[in-house]
Design a protein around this ligand. Structure first.
Ligand code: DON
Length: 483
């Protein structure tokens, strides 16, 4: 079955694919030669499950999306106390390659080139004469760190690295300016070499989504279970991504998208919803700030249509599946005939109860739906118990209702136990502003069903409804078999 979330993502991509504005980076031949229409999108959720769409396995160079990772490495090794005198955390409001420093002659933040070159320098030994072998071994550690974040072995694009090193006059100017201030403890050329190498690491949008999810998870890679960095580092990296990640467009980005993010001239954007999920998107045509045009638009849609803005105030806690069980321990209803009761006793395990808790937002609905999809062969009736749910986001409601319909199309029945009428409230509150108007959710995914059949105030009523469904189904099968 095509997943609902996959359907949403593809729909957003179809919408944004129409936008062919912007230009691919052309300062080196390798970037100028990429397919301008390339477009990939991946979303990695809290347990590592990754939705991949379009060119999600196409490799491109990470470029500036590397900056938060190298900064995370610096923080992990040196700690913030040692890093802060070298690199600030203030948004510069300037272009990524601006030759500027703050009053203390520090690069203003680690997301602009000056700060990123400084970060790379801090991984090298504090000597003026750095041997090539030392740069190579430090770079191997960078690759190890990025690979641990991505959950797979990453490699470097030699041709891009060679071109970057040949053409980087501006970066050389920045490194030498820092050196002239006496703030670089190592050789400017070694720092630049390391920076060019890190920018040339090849990734896919799947990799970026997993890296982003690792940051979202406080440094714990959700796919491998490995702790790559700690929670304090993640918090600081997210802070500078929020304030400085999108350069001179940072304010507009935070307001309209509300996801800490980092872009790169290769066409990638990596975005994080702290505590919940990571996004990787790639499309190489860039706007005047050097950010992917389609990538930015895709993030805007993801944020608005799926309610992912980090300041979405209904997102207090992630919904979790509290318990899953069948109704073997629930006595068969007394209203049925002896024969019917006998039949119902044979199929108690075909009715599953899913108890949910927390606030039902996109993240929670996604994990609940995926569990239902995975279990579908094991039940005929799914009873979703939401008495412990506080609030239901419009997108989550639409997802639950569309899943309910999908189950019905597959000969199953979904029921809700909603004693406090939370679903009904959500329908009433968002009758006019559900995700439908903005997202243009295809009709078959909308599933907006204001009549809410099979919604019950008690578990007993839901079990009785489930029994009636099983009996009717058995009768229909008997008629079909004898006909
Ligand atoms: O520093 C450079 O010129 C590049 N290798 C990386 C810059 C970059 O990706 C800026 N991001 N939008």
């Amino acid at each position: 079955m095509a997943s609902h979330v996959g359907g949403y993502l593809r729909h957003i991509m179809d919408t944004c694919a129409q936008n062919r504005s912007g230009q691919v980076a052309d300062y080196i031949p390798e970037l100028a030669a990429v397919d301008p229409d390339g477009y990939g999108l991946s979303l990695c959720v809290h347990d590592g499950h990754t939705y991949s769409c379009g060119d999600s396995d196409h490799e491109f160079t990470i470029q500036s999306v590397s900056k938060p990772l190298t900064y995370a490495m610096v923080l992990s090794r040196l700690g913030a106390v040692a890093a802060d005198p070298k690199i600030g955390v203030e948004p510069s409001g300037e272009a990524f390659n601006e030759i500027s420093v703050d009053a203390r002659r520090r690069p203003r933040n680690p997301m602009i080139n000056a700060g990123a070159i400084m970060s790379a320098s801090l991984l090298l030994p504090p000597v003026r004469d750095v041997a090539e072998s030392v740069i190579v071994s430090t770079f191997a550690e960078i690759v190890d760190f990025y690979s641990a974040c991505a959950g797979r072995r990453l490699t470097m694009d030699e041709a891009v690295y060679t071109s970057e090193s040949r053409t980087g006059s501006r970066n050389r100017a920045i490194a030498y300016m820092l050196d002239s201030f006496g703030t670089l403890d190592t050789s400017p050329d070694a720092a630049l070499d390391l920076y060019y190498r890190q920018c040339s690491i090849r990734v896919t949008t799947d990799d970026l989504a997993v890296i982003a999810a690792t940051i979202a998870n406080g440094g714990l890679n959700p796919r491998t279970g490995r702790h790559v960095f700690n929670q304090e580092v993640a918090q600081r990296v997210l802070s500078v991504m929020t304030t400085c990640g999108m350069y001179d467009g940072a304010g507009d980005w935070v307001t309209s998208v509300g996801l800490p993010a980092k872009s790169g001239v290769g066409g990638a954007i990596m975005a994080v919803l702290p505590g919940q999920l990571g996004i990787g998107v790639y499309s190489p045509r860039l706007d005047e700030h050097g950010n992917s045009v389609r990538g930015g638009e895709t993030c805007r849609h993801l944020s608005t249509d799926l309610g992912l803005h980090m300041f979405n105030v209904t997102r207090e806690s992630r919904v979790t599946i509290r318990a899953v069980y069948d109704i073997s321990d629930v006595p068969v209803g007394t209203e049925w005939s002896e024969q019917e009761r006998g039949f119902l006793r044979t199929c108690r395990d075909r009715v599953r109860v899913y108890e949910l808790q927390g606030d039902l937002t996109f993240g929670g609905a996604e994990s609940a739906l995926r569990r239902l999809e995975t279990d579908m062969d094991d039940f005929v009736v799914a009873i979703v118990e939401i008495s412990r749910i506080g609030v239901i986001d419009p997108v989550a409601r639409t997802m639950i209702l569309s899943m309910k319909r999908t189950l019905e199309e597959r000969g199953r029945q979904a029921m809700l136990v909603d004693p406090d009428g939370v679903m009904r409230d959500s329908v009433d509150r968002h009758r006019h502003d559900a995700i439908a108007p903005d997202l243009n959710v295809p009709e078959d995914l909308r599933g907006l069903d204001p009549t809410l059949p099979h919604v019950h105030a008690t578990m007993d009523a839901a079990v009785a409804d489930a029994e009636e469904f099983l009996l009717k189904r058995a009768r229909d099968e008997t008629v079909r078999d004898s006909g």
